[in-house]
Design a protein around this ligand. Structure first.
Ligand code: WTA
Length: 651
């Protein structure tokens, strides 16, 4: 019998919610969580209907949830009418119109903007009128290809105001990626900027857009934000400036009445195979789910200064920079730059300057910053922080502990939030005032979420036995289809466990019922018939004091089938040596067990990462296996690291 994905790491540290935090939290105990969770499972319609009443509706719904299992189609709040932009803006005007909605910090210290809810509302209405003037109608696709500037949020909300479907493409993508996405969505209008700033350099965004548009059939109009003022070339009859258009339009724009299930946006995401898929999210369910998860997981308080360091081009930016926080009326900080420019204390400087109270970032950023030690952190007063969040990949206990002790001063709970582009919002996370934290553990399902872990044979996994994570019932935020390809949606997500959503992630549930994520199933490796979660091996390596980051993949082995090949980045100033290599192998062996020992360790200056910071294991696998062709490297943040890795491959 094929043993299930092995779990052999034990993390024994426990962090109950601090009393001071608990006292003010929205959900203050595990019992309170249980009560609501039970209701959300046993009386889901009652639960979701009550939550949905917190939103502003133009017309009430007829039924809360319908599910056609055969066709993998489901609807939430059938017949209900509402508008997302008016829920994020108009609804707050009377009570908190003068509250700051967006604080923007440019990469250059002197570049700052702030928009109150009233100002943001006015900008959105005016830009919605610009879109209308350009002929954009309900259901049309509008592509947003912008750096991290407030116009990105304004453009997204303006689309939702008139019922246009936005497709945001990350500004770090190049023209080929943009073109694929424009073609697939058949976008009518492209909103872009002359350029952007990253790490002290300017990049030519308009040039990328022009290259993508050379033989694009669908785009009729391009609206260009003048951001870095680089005199970008403008094509007559096609390109117009954002500020010119805004000047010649008026400020009133009624919100279009949208059906609960009308499409809200498309967001392209890479699968294991094939072209990126356009995940389609719809109106009411997505809004409600991001509203509620933000409220409870980030324990929303009116006074918060909330900073999510993701880019709006990724789902985290959609759900937890724009829709979730704004639906709650929160103050959101938006930052254009990177963690290490002009210096490696930039993040901490921003936290201090803006008195950030809730920080939501990614393990990869934390590990990158950990390399510089505590010095850069200690230069700043981080006492405004009360809650920390992590997203995007499993957070290794070492990074978790650093985040908790050095950044959070031991006083801030960490919400390790597990979710996906497809899921719309967070599915598994601690509730910070209610749950005892374990470093590296995502804890419990959110309301309405029913996770299940299956073993290799398709049976239920035992406690602490790793397996495949599926979710048995749809929740309001789940994507409805792959844009233009419902069959691919069914094949990718619903075929494996008939009628259940298959996540592609491995997980285990521990003896307390807490859920540990173990990385993508496709990155799970079999060594001598044992399955290992790469995330766990990496975590073991990173727990060594000399290691900053590690990427572990499988490599064919004549006896074991596969063995582990580890790419390791050392902390600044640590010299490479054969002795250290042996020490690391021994370290993994002692922390995880001998079967998890890497057979090969290659020291590397950098690992191949997507621009959102995910390690591209596909490329590492190809290098480790000595394949002549490492595949497509165009989505990498820095494709040049690949050459270096190939050169130094351990034969
Ligand atoms: C991984 C990002 C462990 C996971 C929101 C998932 C995580 C994929 C976590 C989705 C976490 C995200 N712990 N793994 N807290 N958060 N992942 O679509 O493998 O960019 O399937 O969405 O990231 O990535 P995506």
């Amino acid at each position: 019998m094929d043993p299930a994905i092995l779990h052999i790491q034990d993390e024994g540290r426990r962090f109950p919610p601090p009393e001071a935090f608990k006292a003010k939290a929205r959900i203050k105990s595990l019992a309170e969580y249980h009560k609501l969770y039970e209701e959300s499972i046993h009386a889901p319609e009652q639960f979701w209907a009550r939550q949905a009443k917190e939103l502003a509706w133009m017309r009430p719904w007829n039924s809360v949830f319908d599910w056609d299992k055969e066709t993998c189609r489901f609807t939430w709040f059938r017949g209900g009418k509402l508008n997302v932009s008016s829920n994020c803006l108009d609804r707050h005007l009377e009570t908190q119109g003068e509250k700051v909605a967006i604080l923007w910090q440019g990469e250059r210290e002197e570049d700052k903007r702030r928009l109150t809810y009233r100002e943001l509302h006015d900008e959105v209405c005016r830009f919605a009128n610009v879109l209308k003037k350009k002929g954009v109608q309900k259901g049309d696709r509008v592509c947003v290809y912008l750096p991290m500037i407030p116009e990105a949020v304004i453009a997204m909300l303006a689309c939702t105001r008139i019922g246009a479907i936005h497709s945001v493409v990350f500004a770090g993508f190049s023209s080929a990626a943009l073109k694929d996405r424009l073609d697939d969505s058949k976008a009518k209008v492209l909103i872009t900027a002359d350029g952007g700033r990253r790490s002290g350099k300017e990049f030519d965004l308009k040039g990328m857009a022009d290259a993508a548009l050379t033989d694009c059939q669908s785009v009729e109009q391009v609206i260009v934000v003048q951001h870095i003022k680089n005199n970008a070339a403008m094509k007559k009859g096609r390109d117009v400036y954002w500020h010119d258009e805004m000047r010649s339009t008026h400020g009133a724009c009624p919100a279009t009445e949208m059906d609960a299930e009308d499409p809200l946006f498309i967001l392209y995401t890479s699968g294991t195979t094939g072209k990126p898929k356009g995940a389609l999210h719809t109106t009411a369910g997505y809004l409600l789910y991001t509203y509620l998860t933000y409220r409870y997981i980030f324990d929303y308080s009116d006074k918060d200064i909330y900073w999510c360091t993701a880019d709006v081009g990724w789902v985290t930016g959609h759900s937890y920079i724009v829709y979730g926080p704004l639906a709650n009326g929160a103050t959101v900080l938006m930052f254009e730059g990177v963690p290490t420019y002009p210096d490696n204390d930039r993040f901490w400087q921003i936290v201090e300057n803006y008195k950030v109270s809730v920080l939501y970032t990614a393990p990869t950023a934390l590990r990158a910053l950990m390399r510089f030690g505590d010095g850069p952190v200690k230069k700043h007063d981080l006492s405004s922080l009360r809650l920390l969040g992590s997203v995007g990949e499993p957070i290794n206990p070492e990074a978790w502990m650093w985040y908790h002790t050095v950044i959070g001063g031991g006083r801030c709970p960490i919400v390790d939030t597990w979710w996906q582009t497809e899921t719309g919002g967070i599915l598994i996370s601690p509730l910070p005032g209610a749950m005892t934290l374990k470093p590296g553990c995502a804890c419990r399902p959110f309301f309405g979420v029913r996770p299940v872990v299956y073993n290799e044979e398709g049976g239920l996994a035992q406690r602490n036995e790793g397996g495949y994570l599926a979710i048995t019932h749809p929740w309001p935020g789940l994507m409805r289809t792959v844009w233009g390809n419902h069959d691919r949606y069914i094949e990718t997500y619903w075929d494996k466990y008939k009628g259940e959503y298959s996540t592609g992630d491995a997980a285990r549930v521990d003896e307390n019922g807490d859920i540990w994520l173990m990385g993508r199933v496709d990155d799970v490796i079999k060594v001598s018939g044992h399955r290992l979660g790469t995330a766990e091996v990496e975590s073991a390596l990173v727990s060594h004091p000399s290691v900053a980051e590690a990427g572990v993949v499988g490599r064919p082995h004549p006896i074991k089938g596969q063995c582990l090949y580890a790419f390791v980045t050392l902390k600044h100033g640590i010299p490479i040596s054969e002795q250290l290599k042996q020490e690391l192998i021994q370290h993994v062996s002692t922390t995880m067990g001998p079967i998890a020992k890497p057979d090969f360790i290659q020291f590397a200056e950098g690992l191949p990462k997507t621009r959102s910071g995910k390690i591209m294991r596909r490329i590492l696998k190809a290098i480790a296996s000595g394949e002549a062709d490492v595949g497509n490297t165009t989505t990498l943040a820095d494709p040049s690291v690949v050459e270096e890795l190939v050169k130094n491959r351990v034969a």
